[in-house]
Design a binder for this molecule. Sequence first.
Ligand SMILES: Cc1cc2nc3c(=O)[nH]c(=O)nc-3n(C[C@H](O)[C@H](O)[C@H](O)COP(=O)(O)OP(=O)(O)OC[C@H]3O[C@@H](n4cnc5c(N)ncnc54)[C@H](O)[C@@H]3O)c2cc1C
Length: 409
Amino acid sequence: MEFFDYGIIGGGPAGYTAGILLAKQGHSVVLFEKDKLGGTCLNRGCIPTKSLLHSSDLYAEVMQALQKGEFEGNISFDFAKVAEKKDKTVEKIRKSLELAVKNSGVKTVYAEACVVDKNKIKAAQEEYNVGKIILATGSKPREIKGLEYDKEFILSSDDVLNLQKLPKSVLIVGSGAIGIEWARIFSNFGVEVVIVEMAEHLIPVADTEVSKRVERIFKQKKIKFFLNNSIDNICNKTVTLKTGEILTPDFILCAVGREPVCPSCQKDAVLGDACGEIQLAHYAIHQAKEFALQIPYDKNLIPSVIYGEPEIAWVGMREQDCDDSYNITMLPITALGKAWCDDATDGFIKLITKDNLIYGAHIVSKEASSLIHILLTAIQNKLPAEDLKKLCFAHPTYAEGIFDILLKL
Ligand SMILES: Cc1cc2nc3c(=O)[nH]c(=O)nc-3n(C[C@H](O)[C@H](O)[C@H](O)COP(=O)(O)OP(=O)(O)OC[C@H]3O[C@@H](n4cnc5c(N)ncnc54)[C@H](O)[C@@H]3O)c2cc1C
């Protein structure tokens, strides 16, 4: 029986990153994947949704230009083609990933694996002797009582990616990253969207001011939402909310989080979503880097991004976490010339500072997903605001907003 230094179960971001990095250091690695390499992120998460998002943004922007009279003519879209483009994008990336894993020397076994003992993994009737076992088995959509997935009226985030045609209306349960992202995709394509959220505000994990701004933007965009609410009952596809409202969506997308898939067995490490901590692809990758290369990370400085319209990103402390000794500074996105050129003036940059250092950053803006890294670099390296002011920011950019807000500190 062949011996491998490491046996990794799960070929998502956590598993393949750990595998490639360990193999590059000269270790022998066997990686087990029961489905497709790339895991949730590539096949059912980050990547397919961003492809749909891009197509929906293109359509919405052209529609806006038509409404304003800047463009003329009739446009329409073929959602089956949009879905096909998403599938091709995923496939292309998967092929590159498969090649990268193969070239790194990792042996991939496509089969469901289980741990036999602390040095043995079994998959497809074969046993593999391994020095160490890493579980990177990911997570699955959380199901709640009364909203069991049926692939027809109550869909999970996996099911909704298989749509070949768009509904007229959708009810989204939950306003976390997945719910907000789908609200953007659907509403861009003209689908009527209603969100129901149990918490007091949309995106309950965000800084409350961010949540409130998103609520304001949703109202402007006529995306309906119900807060402090939930589904009371469903009868013949008619949904009654706890507060009595009656809704008749074409289907429900239930996006109430994900639960870790973590078999209880002997293991040397658990990486990624399977840990049930921060369920983000970059966190899974970071954990794998820490494991393989001993690069430490600060769990409090993992950036969060929500792909709403506009994007929402934050890192570090939120205002509700601070006492009075911290300063709050805001810059409206209307301050930026680039935002006016792009018709994207909704939003703000918010900094939480103390003694010339940044402790928290919150951005609601186009390009927030990239901008947040400038502030993450500053927070992680404890760069004083005075030093950051010495940076020259190109014009016209959204990054200039960071320079402008630093001048307000
Ligand atoms: C709709 C959606 C959008 C998302 N968007 C983003 C985003 O924009 N940014 C972001 O950072 N995160 C996003 N995420 C979250 C991200 O996808 C996950 O955090 C990430 O995939 C976790 O990586 P992982 O390797 O821990 O697990 P996974 O990617 O879930 O991989 C686990 C793998 O293990 C395999 N496996 C499980 N058990 C076994 C077994 N017994 N034998 C063999 N194989 C097994 C599974 O088949 C799977 O391929 C999104 C998620 C969803 C659902």
